[in-house]
Design a binder for this molecule. Structure first.
Ligand code: AMP
Ligand code: GLY
Length: 428
């Protein structure tokens, strides 16, 4: 079978790398890909939002399955586009349609969905621009801290946790009256703050059934000990030691099953990844958010742990046979560290030569923001390289990631040296 992966980050490199080992994959394309994916697949110079070009390419090269990496093409309707055309409707898109992607694309939609189907989540209310005064009054009656979320996609920046009433009110005014996040903040969800420890659950859906993938913990802040600005993610660990079988069973019974059933009742044929951001709050799972895709860098620990043939796994999605697919997972711990450009998530310089990749041992190296200039590998983005190590426990895995992170370098590269350390106390 022929596969096309959409995207250009570490997530797509990790998915393609697994696909490149599949027995059923004939041709593997990545659009647009990066220098890392170029070594295992054929990169195609088409952007993830160029639906017409993508459809023509899939027909020309007989692509059977398209695996969508990022959320934007999903929210913009890549699946709807393929399904609407007689010539492309047979192609399986691993990713939900526009309505299903609203679980990520609209916080208001996802909160209403959770309330309707009894899925545990923080109490919340939504306010429109025309309801600013009501929103400000509501803030006065609410306990602190309080969480304000722009309704739409805001590149991971649309959530503000306000510790005091003044900040909360200023944030609400900025979002509703001054369009702080553009159209995305024309609606704001005001939510109860939940204190707990976070983890992410990943589910692959075929419209009828589902398979639960390994869980992971992500590290969002730029600074060690979870300080400083939020980023796309600075590292990840899988499995998560505090998520024991009893907790994972609760996640399946209280969150995954009601979500799948709810989607069916809404008439949404959800295929693709469902990423559930969870808070472990007093031993109970609460949904913080849904995403309609895999996480990055979580994919760089989740996919390396999957030992089943990933081509077969996606074929089971296309055939609606996930209920008969027994996924096999490496029991060892995987850790990944993200190497970023100095200054990220704010301004940073690009174009520095990256060295040391060939010398990095005992890890899988995945490319994110890399490019080629005059034959040399350079940094072209904020998050540049991820290094995934395996070990018998977190310490063992992280030692490998750390060693490789030290070896791979360029001017001003930065990484966190404390990934996974907070989890050591939960390991048996
Ligand atoms: P989101 O984009 O909804 O995942 O929110 C970004 C981050 O804000 C989450 O990963 C959490 O760390 C934090 N967060 C969001 N909602 C809450 C909440 N209700 N209580 C505590 N922290 C939250
Ligand atoms: N690492 C978090 C995300 O992909 O949204």
């Amino acid at each position: 079978m022929n596969f096309l992966v959409l995207g250009s980050g570490g997530r797509e490199h990790a998915i393609s790398w697994k696909l490149s080992q599949s027995k059923i994959v004939n041709k593997l394309f990545v659009a647009p890909g990066n220098p890392g994916t170029a070594s295992i697949a054929e990169n195609i110079n088409i952007g993830v939002e160029e639906f017409e070009k993508l459809a023509s390419f899939c027909l020309e090269r007989s692509v059977d399955i398209v695996v969508v990496g990022p959320e934007v093409p999903l929210v913009k309707g890549v699946k709807d586009f393929f399904k609407a055309k007689e010539s492309t409707k047979h192609i399986c898109i691993v990713g939900p349609d526009k309505v299903g992607a609203q679980l990520e694309g609209s916080k208001d939609f996802s909160k209403n969905f959770m309330f309707k189907y009894g899925i545990p989540t923080a109490a919340s209310r939504t306010f429109l621009s025309s309801e600013l005064e009501d929103g400000l009054k509501y803030l006065e009656t609410h306990s602190l801290p309080i969480v304000l979320k722009a309704d739409g996609l805001a590149a991971g920046k649309g959530v503000i946790i306000a510790e005091d009433l003044k900040t909360a009110k200023e944030t609400l005014i900025d979002m509703l009256a001054h369009s702080k996040f553009g159209e995305a903040s024309s609606k704001v969800v005001i939510e109860q703050f939940l204190k707990g420890i976070e983890m992410s659950s990943f589910v692959l859906c075929d419209g009828e059934s589902y398979t639960i993938l390994p869980e992971a913990k992500d590290y969002k802040r730029i600074g060690e000990q979870d300080t400083g600005l939020n980023t796309g993610g600075m590292g990840a660990i899988s499995p998560v030691p505090f998520a024991d079988q009893a907790f994972l069973d609760k996640v399946e019974q209280k969150v995954v099953i009601p979500t799948i059933e709810g989607l069916k009742k809404e008439g949404i044929e959800y295929t693709g990844f469902l990423f559930i951001g969870l808070m472990n709050y007093n031993g109970e799972p609460y949904v913080i958010e849904y995403n309609a895709r895999m996480g990055d860098p979580e994919t760089e620990v989740v996919f390396p742990r999957i030992t089943s043939d990933v081509g077969e796994l996606f074929k089971a999605v296309a055939d609606k046979q996930l209920k008969n697919f027994k996924i096999e997972v490496d029991p060892r711990t995987a850790s990944t560290i993200v190497l970023v450009s100095g200054g990220y998530p704010e301004d940073y310089e690009k174009g520095f030569e990256i060295s040391g990749i060939d010398a990095a041992e005992n890890v899988h190296v995945f490319h994110s923001g890399t490019g080629l200039k005059e034959g040399k590998l350079i940094n072209t983005g904020g998050r540049v390289i991820t290094v995934t190590g395996f070990g018998k426990d977190i310490r063992d895995a992280i030692a490998k990631s750390n060693k490789a992170a030290e070896t791979i370098t360029w001017n001003k590269r930065y990484y966190r040296r404390d990934i996974g350390l907070d989890l050591l106390k939960y390991e048996k």
